[in-house]
Design a binder for this molecule. Structure first.
Ligand code: FMN
Length: 183
């Protein structure tokens, strides 16, 4: 069983693409929150066995999707026994606007992780901020607390910014690095 589990919701496939890139960078297993906000059979057991849980959701109306929130509320069962205490946590969100209030979604995931007594891991990398930089530079959106990616509202899943997907892979590698530091 994978030490890293990436549990995410994606309404239209864009956040799924980011999740897949995080999995490519971390070697983690993907765990999908479905359109009804539920995990597949065995999903909770997979999370119980994980050493790191990476949360992912699109930003909808300035926060996580309701499906992600349903998952978070359902995790109150794990909270009762502090089952996730001392696991590592990290988060990512994708949205259409450059800002789009993505930080609100990451803040929600951070708070969730703290209710569970987890260790939050941020990006651990600089954000490029000079004139020469482009959207294809790693961490160009400039999140520090977690991974932020941007998909214009009329962009298909195949039109996602390569730099964002590279950032997602680097974020996955960061989770592996953090786990190794804690070992
Ligand atoms: C109900 C709804 C609310 C949204 N709210 C926001 C928002 O607050 N900020 C933003 O930048 N984009 C917003 N968007 C755009 C989505 O974040 C964007 O299309 C994202 O790529 C969707 O990811 P998904 O394909 O994984 O569902 C919203 C989209 C929907 C459907």
């Amino acid at each position: 069983m994978s030490k890293i589990v990436i549990v995410y919701h994606s309404g239209y496939g864009h956040t799924r693409k980011v999740a897949e890139a995080v999995a490519a960078g971390s070697g983690g297993a993907l765990l999908v929150i479905d359109a009804e906000g539920n995990l597949p059979a065995g999903g909770w057991e997979q999370l119980a066995a994980a050493e790191a849980i990476v949360f992912g959701s699109p930003t909808y109306m300035g926060g996580p999707s309701w499906q992600f929130k349903k998952f978070a509320d359902a995790s109150s069962k794990q909270w009762f026994t502090m089952q996730w205490r001392n696991k590592l946590a990290a988060g990512f969100t994708n949205s259409a606007t450059l800002n789009g209030d993505k930080f609100s979604t990451l803040t929600y995931m951070f708070t969730l992780s703290q209710q569970h007594g987890m260790f939050w891991v941020g990006m651990g990398m600089h954000a490029p901020n000079a004139k020469k930089h482009t959207r294809d530079d790693v961490n160009n959106v400039g999140g520090y607390a977690g991974l932020m990616t941007v998909t214009p509202s009329d962009a298909s899943v195949d039109e996602m910014v390569p730099g964002d997907l590279a950032t997602a892979r680097a974020f996955g590698e960061r989770v592996v690095e953090a786990l190794a530091e804690l070992a």
